[in-house]
Ligand binder design. Structure first.
Ligand SMILES: [Zn+2]
Length: 275
């Protein structure tokens, strides 16, 4: 089941989770619509590291932040490397990577915070964004789960960092597995499929034979990782949207052969009295 809601504001199309917002966590996932980038980046490219004009990217970020009621100095970005390092951040990190890629947290694919107002941000073109919210401890997290991050269980790692730093209990956790490449399109080679089966021997059905093609269901792998680590099934939402099937809405690295922009995933703890 998915609780995500499409919204259009100032010509910018994006996804939100109204149910989480009611509980104090603001989630936003951008699409490719509403910005000023040109060519293969058209038009709402949010990433500075993909060869787009940096001024266009900053203008796009500015537009999105205004729309969400935040400003650029609250944004925290990381230099994603398809690893599983997850970092807890606070107000001393505010603005990291918001204007210059070089200032983003290096070698990091997941962010956790208990500080209201910080906008944790990661970037996507097919990989899966995983959003975490513990409404009891009031902690949010966001991790970038491509195939490598999924294979290395970045979801479990994120839950562990939330527990170690803030005593978050998996049983309190709400998780949203966002738009990304889905089992319809995520074809893999036999050697990778073997690695996946070795890593998840009890979940062989996450690898699907489709005619002569081998496909891997990343979102289901992430969902089971969360459940195996104590998150209640009814507190996990999975987006039905496949980025590769829907390049009219989303950037897709695979479908567009690497020449494309990035969507932004964002999560922020909001104070009850903000609303
Ligand atoms: Zn698809």
């Amino acid at each position: 089941m998915s609780l995500e809601k499409w919204q259009i504001k100032n010509n910018i199309c994006f996804l939100t989770l109204p149910n989480w917002e009611e509980h104090g966590a603001r989630v936003l996932f951008s699409t490719r619509h509403g910005g000023i980038s040109k060519g293969c980046y058209s038009s709402m490219n949010m990433a500075l590291h993909v060869g787009d004009d940096p001024e266009a990217v900053l203008a796009n970020r500015q537009l999105l932040m205004e729309l969400a009621g935040h400003n650029l100095s609250q944004m925290i970005c990381c230099q994603q490397v398809h690893g599983n390092r997850v970092v807890a951040v606070d107000s001393s990190h505010a603005g990291c990577g918001s204007v210059r890629f070089e200032d983003a947290l290096p070698d990091t694919d997941g962010l956790v915070t208990a500080t209201p107002g910080l906008v944790l941000t990661t970037f996507y073109a097919d990989c899966i964004p995983v959003f975490f919210y513990d409404p009891v401890r009031r902690v949010v997290a966001l991790s970038h789960s491509g195939w490598k991050g999924t294979l290395n269980s970045i979801t479990a790692k994120t839950l562990q960092v939330m527990y170690d730093r803030f005593q978050c209990q998996a049983s309190d956790m709400m998780i949203y597995i966002g738009p990304g490449i889905s089992q319809c399109c995520f074809e893999v080679q036999a050697d990778l499929a073997d690695k996946v089966i070795s890593a998840f021997p009890n979940d062989r059905d996450i690898i699907i034979m489709d005619q002569n093609r081998i496909k891997w269901d990343l979102k289901e792998t992430i969902r089971r990782c969360a459940v195996n680590n104590g998150v209640a099934e009814n507190r996990i939402n999975v987006s039905p949207w496949c980025t590769s099937c829907h390049t009219e809405c989303f950037y897709s690295f695979r479908k567009e052969q690497g020449h494309t922009g990035r969507m932004a995933a964002m999560i922020t703890l909001v104070n009850g009295d903000d609303e």
